[in-house]
Design a protein around this ligand. Sequence first.
Ligand code: GRF
Length: 212
Amino acid sequence: MPICLAILVSGRGSNMKAILQAIEEGRLDARATVVFSNNPQAPALAAALALGVPVESVGHRGLSREDHETRLLETLSRYPVDYVVLAGYMRVLTSSFLQHFHHQDGYFRIVNIHPSLLPAFPGANAYEEAFAYGVRLSGITIHLVDEKVDHGPILAQEAFARLEEDTFDDFKARGLSVEHRLYPQVLQSIALQGIRLLPSDQPSFYQETKSK
Ligand code: GRF
């Protein structure tokens, strides 16, 4: 049975497209049941529509965080959703939202991708900050979402180099190509085996991602 994904986006949606393409090509045993945006103008929405995926949006301007989340939950409740997939969704989710997607042991069925080797460079400008810092190695993290920003049990991390001659655009393009490969792989691992937690005496857990 394919897993049902609600993909949340705010902008361009290149990760969303990589996920939808992986589904289309049979590399990801999932169904994108809805793509939701807090930005009705997000280019990702048009891209999802063009690929035949239902889209929904509720702009957050003028709404309190709670009211916006209530509208988001109402929207998601109209679709089957096993996992919420954040793909460049630029809103912090409250603890009360997370509870609606409770998994077990206090974890939630909400996955995020972040373009750094967390805990380094959390926040909205990770590529810029890592490049400006002069890192020789950066990376991509895919993790379960918890109450803190860009924080939670790590599902996968992959490093990539910053080369001597790299412009910022080169650096970011290298990272994005890792993002677009890794996110579908991790979701496929979840589709095949669910989210596997280590025994509860372990302080954290790590799920091996398998390359195809
Ligand atoms: C990606 O770099 C992702 O890691 C971060 O936001 C960016 C979204 O890009 N969370 P896109 O909308 O998927 O192209």
